[in-house]
Every structure is written in C-alpha cells, then in structure tokens.
Design a protein around this ligand. Sequence first.
Ligand SMILES: [Zn+2]
Length: 243
Amino acid sequence: MLSSANAMEAEGPLVVIKADDLICRDDPSTAGFGSGWNRFVEIADEAGIKVSVGIICNSLSKGTPEYFARIRALHDSGQVEFWNHGYTHGRNKETGVSEFKGPDFETQLDTLIRSQALAKEKLGFAFQSFGSPYNANDANTVRALRELPEITSWMYGSKNADLLPGQVNLKRSLNMEQPVHHPNFEAFKRDFLKQPDQAYYVLQGHPGGWDEARFEQFQQIVAFLQEQGAVFVTPSELRERLL
Ligand SMILES: [Zn+2]
C-alpha cells in the first residue's frame, strides 16, 4: 500500500528508483520474478514507495502467463512503472558493441519497436520510459528515440541529446550501488550530503541479484531519503513534474 505521507511531503527531493534487468525466472512460486525481485517488490510495498523496473524484453517473448499477470497487476497498482531495458541486453566483450552502442539506426529502432510491441501484446500497455543496457548509447539511439514519441523518458541518456519536445532525459547524479550490484548506505549518504539540493535523483540498482545484506543496505537508503522528505516517483511522474 502507498502511504499518503509521501504525497503530502512536498519539501524533499524527487527520487526515482531505477531497478534494472527483470527477466522471467523458472520459479513458479514467485510468478517468475525469482527471490530477489520478489523481495524488492515486497520492500517497496512495505516502505510505501514507488519504484521502476527495467524489463529485458526478450523475457516477454519467453515468459509465462503468470509472469505477465504479475507485471500487469503491479503496473495497474500504480506502484511500479515498467520500462524498456532493451531486448537481449547483449554486449560483445571484445568490441564493446551493445544493443544501443554501435548498431545502425534501423537496427536500434527495430530493437526498440520490437520491445514496445511485445509490451503491448503481452502486457496490454506501452512502455513510456527507456534505459539502455549498460547505459550505453550513441547518436543512432537519439535518432531512434525521436521516431518513438510514445517513449517520453530516457533514464541516463546522453547529455544534450536533441530529443523531441516532450521527451526528457533523466540524468544520473548519485550512485546507490557502490560498486555496481552492491547497495552501499554509508557511501550513498556521504555522496548525497555533498549534493543534497538536486531537484531529483535517479538511483540505479539490480535487485534481482541482491542478497539479504544488500537489501538491508537498500532499506537504509530508502529510510534515510524518507527522513529527508523524499518523494518517490516513477520516471513518467518525474517527467511530468519537470515539464
Ligand atoms: Zn541492465
């Protein structure tokens, strides 16, 4: 359940939790979410915060009906915004080429469209937000996004990208995981207190691989931000507030 306290506390910063890499796991007891994502959703619910979850979209071509139903239910609740996090999440280790860094414009556009179409087909809604795998992108990514006005928020997009009017780039300013995959409360708090005046913070995490110790670090970060009066919003809500 969402607490009304967040909505009423308008003084603090806006915070988006950008949780990456949801796939469908062979775990019927969690409708394919697996223990990490299951715990993440549970903690968000307990804390009364909104979060966002990036889907690796080939999981929508292989997923189970239970997986789709769970995503739909969370989407309908308004507590979770699901977003387009690429199709394969692949990267060539030798060349560094990934889905949105290196491929030509048509290929990148096709990758985006394939994922958007799968969301509409399997989930009944279109993604409004995008974040590329590895946050890697190039000029063709900007061109491709300009062809898809239904995507209105780009998390960790390239600086000064010439997007369409109405499309926003939600920048990275602080890291919750230090190093990557390890939520780190003390390091986060130290960094936050160095720049506590940002209008918003988009915080990346990978809860599918967190263990209980890492979830505890995440919970401390959430509690700390709530003490600062933070309002946890979805990427689309943040965009609306920034326009
Ligand atoms: Zn990812």
